[in-house]
Design a protein around this ligand. Structure first.
Ligand code: SF4
Length: 578
């Protein structure tokens, strides 16, 4: 235990991840997966954002010290100590806080601060009370390439510009910034990390006792608050960030201790088990995902309930078993829908969900649409907006053909990466759809426009809200009327069917997961969100040849997406004969 050094992510980690990390002898065949491309991109963009903020803060405030990342562990700790002791320093970038710093502090001051098993490297430490003791009192600040806060009536934060950071010499100064106070809350994962740093600073004798923490997010401001005023949960379950951290950290520490014991004696019972969580912070990017998926899919000869679509950790806690094989048999405590999902998982035969009818409307003219955007927000980059740059369609006119494979495919694109360019793409698609409705109606034909998932509609509304100043943008009323009359979300129908696993042991309703049921194959082996982000970067780049190649790639990728939607729709329409 004394050798433990638990960082700021410990409280946030999956218990199975801790189990596998601290009891490696129990997992002799464990393979470590490389980071998925999307996660690598996220990390790169996050670092770029962080360094831009660091440079901005350095320019605005002269009294900073940076602890370089290439120093030896001993040197990093000594530089951190020197900076803390230097009365002229108010900001320290990348300080190293750990047991070793505690030993050096106690050697200087006498009291024993050396007992910490915590460690951490916040992006920034801000001294808010230099007169408190020889080393002052510090608050941790992290730089995050996402939005720092969200609205919450029972919480409060102060929002300061980067130039105001140094004005906070003492927390009571924040009263001066009363107009900067708002009913918002730091994001839970960020607040838990800040609580970890606060606890670590407390154990080193360097914290302000009130417990402040701050996040610089993509709005480029410092959102700072008392950790006791960041509230999560409701009623009796409500906890502030410090309480939540203590609970999560306590549970993680118990898992680590049991895992260490099991590592010495593998005959001890399992400490945790994998549970699939379809989340970019958890299983989707975890280095143990292949091992866990293999364990989950072979669990009890039929698989683990977390592999079923829509069965979450909370659902699982209420189930009598996690065994898909046993859930498929039903019985007390097994909801009918879970029993059906388990049965389909085992049989491999899709079924219409209990209580659903699966009655997909059929029109004389059917158009499937799909948009592509730069996904800047998904990359958690800076505050630049995600740009829509390509809108594709596939049109089936039943007077001409009933085979979706021979339907007409087209798209509208703009690679100027500009607001005007984005507007043009929206407008062309809007005008195209209006025209198709007009032509079909005047010929006495019915027409339906399909898209997959709510995502599309969210983009249309963003267009109406943010581009109202540009010519041709419809009003909300016009858009809503059009959508109500002609536009249909195919996902609503797909969710009326229970699907077994196909390409992966995990079941979900993404188009990539379902289109293979209709025997649809994307042309590109590497089709996916991460690759389209790479291609977009090339498509807007200065190198003409690679820009054209990337634009062609994106057009084909989008074409396959709209074809996949149409293929799945036809398969669903023929479900009972299939
Ligand atoms: S793959 Fe999921 S369950 Fe397994 S260790 Fe990682 S996060 Fe935990």
């Amino acid at each position: 235990m004394s050798n433990l050094s638990l960082d700021a992510r410990t409280a946030l980690k999956c218990h199975e991840l801790l189990h596998k990390t601290y009891a490696p002898k129990c997992f002799p065949n464990l393979v470590k997966d490389s980071m998925p491309e999307t996660a690598k991109l996220l990390a790169t963009q996050g670092l770029a954002f962080e360094s831009r903020i660091v440079e901005a803060v350095k320019d605005l405030h002269p009294s900073w010290v940076e602890i370089a990342s290439d120093l030896s562990p001993g040197e990093s700790v000594q530089r951190t100590l020197d900076a803390i002791a230097d009365q002229s320093v108010t900001l320290i970038f990348q300080p190293v806080l750990n047991h070793s710093l505690g030993l050096r502090l106690s050697a200087l001051t006498g009291p024993d601060f050396a007992g910490t098993i915590l460690s951490g490297r916040p992006d920034l430490l801000l001294c808010i009370n230099r007169s408190a003791g020889p080393f002052g009192q510090w608050i941790p600040i992290d730089i995050k390439s996402h939005k720092a806060f969200s609205e919450n009536k029972s919480s409060s934060i102060f929002t300061l510009s980067l130039s105001e950071i140094n004005k906070v010499k003492n927390p009571t100064d924040l009263i001066l910034f009363d107009e900067a106070k708002s009913s918002n809350r730091l994001e839970s994962r960020d607040a838990i990390q800040l609580a970890h740093y606060h606890q670590l600073l407390t154990e080193l004798g360097l914290a302000h006792p009130d417990g402040w923490g701050g996040i610089i997010g993509t709005d480029g401001h410092l959102s700072m608050g008392l950790l006791t005023e960041q509230n999560f949960g409701v009623g009796k379950l409500r906890k502030n960030a410090l309480e939540l951290y203590k609970q999560e950290f306590g549970e993680a520490l118990a898992i680590i201790q049991k895992s260490l014991a099991r590592n010495e004696n593998p005959k001890l019972p399992e400490v945790a088990r994998p549970l699939f969580v379809d989340d970019a912070q958890l299983c989707k990017t975890c280095m143990f995902r292949r091992s866990c998926l293999s364990e989950l899919s072979s669990f009890d000869g039929g698989g683990d309930a977390s592999l079923l679509a829509g069965v979450t950790r909370t659902n699982i806690e209420k189930l009598p078993t996690r065994s898909i094989r046993l859930l498929a048999v039903g019985g007390p405590g097994v909801p009918d829908d879970v029993e059906q999902k388990a049965r389909v998982y085992i049989s491999g035969i899709p079924e219409v969900a209990i209580g659903s009818e699966l009655d997909i409307p059929v029109f004389d003219v059917e158009i499937d649409i799909d948009l592509e955007n730069s996904q800047a927000n998904q990359l958690e980059e800076d505050s630049s907006p995600a740009r829509l740059y390509l809108y594709g369609y596939i049109k089936l006119d039943r007077d001409k053909t009933s085979e979706w494979q021979s339907a007409e495919v087209g798209s509208f694109a703009d690679y100027s990466n500009s607001r005007e360019g984005e507007h043009e793409v929206f407008l062309k698609m809007w005008n195209y759809l209006q025209e198709q409705v007009r032509v079909a109606s005047s010929a006495g034909k019915t027409i339906g426009i399909f898209h997959y998932s709510n995502h599309e509609f969210v983009w249309w509304r963003k267009w109406v809200a943010n581009f109202a100043d540009l010519p041709g943008t419809p009003t909300f009323e016009k858009l809503d009327t059009f959508v109500a009359n002609y536009v249909i979300d195919l996902r609503r129908f797909a969710e009326q069917v229970i699907f077994p696993p196909k390409k992966s042991p995990v079941c979900n309703y993404s188009i990539k997961m379902l289109a293979p049921f209709a025997n649809f194959k994307w042309r590109m082996e590497d089709a996916g969100g991460a690759m389209s982000i790479f291609k977009y970067e090339q498509a807007i780049g200065l190198d003409q040849d690679s820009a054209i190649a990337a634009q062609n790639w994106l057009r084909e990728y989008n074409e396959d997406d709209v074809k996949a939607t149409m293929a799945l729709r036809h398969w669903l329409s023929n479900f009972f004969t299939n």
